[in-house]
Design a protein around this ligand. Structure first.
Ligand code: SF4
Ligand code: SF4
Length: 367
């Protein structure tokens, strides 16, 4: 495994419930905040290099690299508790908003087969992980902290218990790791944080600068990549040629999402960039044939057929009543659906629309 940075001439930062703070033509410094998060558990977005803003719309900000300055580092070492967590979010770390955390689990198991980011972080960025873990402990003040790792990993973090967890899919996903560590399903006051977020917090603590790069698996190895780097450029810089009909996927094959275009940039949640050659149609708007296979396969014991049928016809409240929020997006229902329905896409649509409706009703009830 190697760790080397990829630098590109442009960056396209995806806005996911973020409000842009810049306008076209504006000159910006490296590390300048360019969008604020509207979700209390999400970090803000910053420029990964100095440049000028080429394009802004509700979904993305594109920056062209030009010479320029870097913002002054923040001073964080005197902070603790919620104040530290809030500051880390302002600097780009996606730290869930929780008042009380009794058990904090740092998830070092890569979520899907083929992903190497967390293993690489453990092997090559242990010092930054130590710094990040210490910041999370200072922020959340948990009574217990556990690092969950797959078998064969020798690395550990000071004063943190280690629990070996199966990496057989989907056992590395957060709810199943929480169960493996605590012995309970959906344990109270337990927070699972992925190792890339620990790494982001560690980088911010070490440098005082915002999160500007992340560890991404590309073509069987993982490396640091600047946020916003166009996914097509990342693949071509690895010597790959993208043909008509190929699909670029952000994330793994089971849970990843197709890039809207080769210019779409990696974001903090991007664990991998993959190229799928001439994909066969993996999903279509076919009708459910009622085989029940998705229900048998769902590890969360949901009824994915019912949830996705509600989502398909815009009946999001009914999907909510079927506990769509409990779904941890493993993708197994779609993988096994014999009608090839886009199950995960419908589930994510329902969650997105429900979150949007909640945010709008919150805004309307504010004085
Ligand atoms: S993605 Fe499908 S199979 Fe996986 S937890 Fe959600 S509903 Fe169940
Ligand atoms: S697997 Fe597909 S076709 Fe079968 S019940 Fe589930 S949604 Fe319907």
């Amino acid at each position: 495994m190697n760790t080397r940075s990829t630098h590109t001439a442009t960056a396209e930062l995806t806005l996911n419930r973020h409000c842009p703070l810049v306008t076209c033509g504006q000159k910006i410094e490296r590390g300048e905040r360019i969008a604020t998060a509207s979700d209390p558990g999400m970090g803000d977005i910053h420029a990964p290099f100095p440049g000028s803003v080429e394009h802004v719309d509700p979904y993305r900000i594109r920056i062209a690299r030009e010479g320029g300055e870097t913002v002054d580092p923040a001073i964080l070492h005197d902070l603790g508790g919620q104040e530290l967590l809030a500051r880390l979010r302002e600097l780009g770390a996606d730290l869930p908003a929780r008042e009380q955390v009794d058990i904090l689990i740092l998830n070092g198991v890569d979520e899907e087969p083929g992903l190497l980011s967390r293993r690489t972080l453990l092997a090559e960025k242990l010092e930054t992980l130590r710094t990040g873990a210490s910041a999370l402990v200072r922020g959340y003040k948990p009574a217990e902290v556990t690092l969950a790792v797959p078998g064969g990993v020798k690395e550990s973090l000071p004063d943190i218990a280690v629990k070996v967890v199966s990496d057989q899919y989907p056992q590395g996903l957060d709810p199943l790791v929480a169960k493996a560590v605590t012995g309970q399903e959906a344990p109270d006051n337990t927070l699972v944080v992925g190792l890339e977020t620990v790494f982001h917090a560690g980088m911010v603590m070490e440098t005082g600068l915002p999160v500007m790069e992340t560890m991404v698996t590309v073509d069987n190895s993982a490396r640091l990549i600047s946020l916003g780097s166009p996914v097509g450029e990342i693949l071509t810089s690895d010597g790959l040629t993208i043909h008509d009909g190929d699909r670029i996927v952000l994330g793994g094959v089971l849970r990843g999402t197709a890039a809207a275009s080769p210019s779409q940039g990696v974001d903090r949640a991007t664990t991998a960039v993959s190229l799928i050659r001439n994909p066969t149609p993996v999903a279509m708007d076919a009708a459910c044939v009622g085989c029940g296979e998705c229900v048998r396969r769902c590890p969360a014991r949901l009824d994915p057929a019912m949830i996705t049928s509600y989502a398909e016809f815009g009946q999001y409240e009914k999907a909510e009543a079927e506990a769509v929020d409990v779904c941890f997006e493993c993708g197994l229902c779609g993988f096994f659906c014999i009608a090839r329905r886009p199950m995960l896409q419908y589930i994510r649509l329902a969650k997105h629309e429900l979150a949007k409706a909640k945010a709008q009703s919150g805004e309307e009830t504010q004085p």
